[in-house]
Design a protein around this ligand. Structure first.
Ligand SMILES: Nc1ncnc2c1ncn2[C@@H]1O[C@H](COP(=O)(O)OP(=O)(O)O)[C@@H](O)[C@H]1O
Ligand SMILES: [Mg+2]
Length: 273
């Protein structure tokens, strides 16, 4: 009999940012020389006050934002300056959800998820037809599978705008999953949700990470969720990455630099003496 040795899959770099800078056309410097690596087996939480540059960083990673300078690679491929068809391909490889869900409100849940599958269908006409009816059975089954992963398959035929915030965010996650992304980004996914829905959404993100084996990066305003879910935490302030470690490694001084005048609350939540 063959002996089996249990070996962990060696981790690879999913994302590599080097000296990333973003200056918006109005002169705002949103990122200053940010360098960070994210391995393909990581769940990373990015913390920082509003305006720290968290959204800009995530938006660079799926190239919704074009970095002003620096270098960005996705699984070893340089994506810093891609455009046109190549850029579309990059965006498909990176699933993203937002604070405001961005669903098509008048479509049903399953139709919203099928939007994530559009790239797998040749005819652009499918986009305008009633999708749940014209999509091939295997596409619909796949979409149902995505809804199952977020626990709302029973809501498949409800209109998106009839759902609660927490349910809408789960639809958005299912839609991103339907893209079969290689990396999952979430920009303040729980900021508009009640505490219970927030917990559910974070648990779903964690299950996606564990079951699908894909790296997840989540921007979070609050440190308590970061502490519980982030295996690794990145701390941003004024466009700079000023912390890269675990919550346990955060000291008073760093918390003060990340949270400014809100540092006291953050320290309490962290129980840092
Ligand atoms: N499209 C934009 N044009 C100009 N300035 C922007 C734009 N988006 C963000 N900013 C500015 O860039 C800085 C970082 O913003 P952002 O990345 O949204 O931070 P965060 O997500 O941490 O709140 C802020 O000063 C913000 O006002
Ligand atoms: Mg933001």
């Amino acid at each position: 009999m063959r002996t089996m040795t249990l070996t962990r899959r060696p981790s690879k770099n999913a994302v590599q940012a080097r000296d990333l800078c973003k200056v918006y056309p109005n002169g705002t410097v949103a990122l200053k020389d940010v360098s960070v690596d994210v391995a393909d087996n990581e769940f990373v939480v990015v913390i920082g006050l509003s305006g720290a540059g968290k959204s800009t960083l995530l938006r660079c990673l799926n190239r919704l934002v074009r970095p002003t300078s620096g270098r960005l690679t996705l699984f070893g491929e340089d994506i810093t300056r891609v455009n046109g068809t190549h850029l579309k391909q990059v965006r498909r490889r990176v699933g993203m959800i937002f604070q405001q869900f961005h669903l098509v409100r008048r479509l049903t849940v399953i139709e919203n998820v099928l939007v994530g599958r559009l790239r797998f269908n040749a005819s652009p006409l499918r986009g305008v037809l009633s999708m749940a009816r014209v999509f091939p059975r295997r596409e619909r089954e796949f979409a149902f599978e995505c809804l199952r992963q977020v626990g709302i398959e029973d809501l498949a035929f409800r209109r998106a705008d009839a759902l609660s915030g927490g349910q809408q965010q789960r639809v958005a996650i299912a839609r991103a999953l339907a893209q079969e992304p290689e990396v999952f980004l979430a920009d303040e996914p729980i900021a508009s949700l009640d505490p219970r829905s927030a917990e559910t959404v974070m648990q779903i993100l964690q299950s996606i990470h564990e079951e699908r084996n894909i790296p997840v990066l989540v921007n979070l305003h609050h440190i308590d969720f970061a502490k519980r879910y982030g295996k690794r935490v990145l701390g941003m302030a004024k466009g700079e990455l000023i912390f890269n470690g675990t919550c346990r490694d955060l000291d008073r001084d760093t918390v003060s630099r990340i949270y400014g005048d809100k540092a006291r609350e953050a320290l309490q939540e962290l129980s840092v003496a």
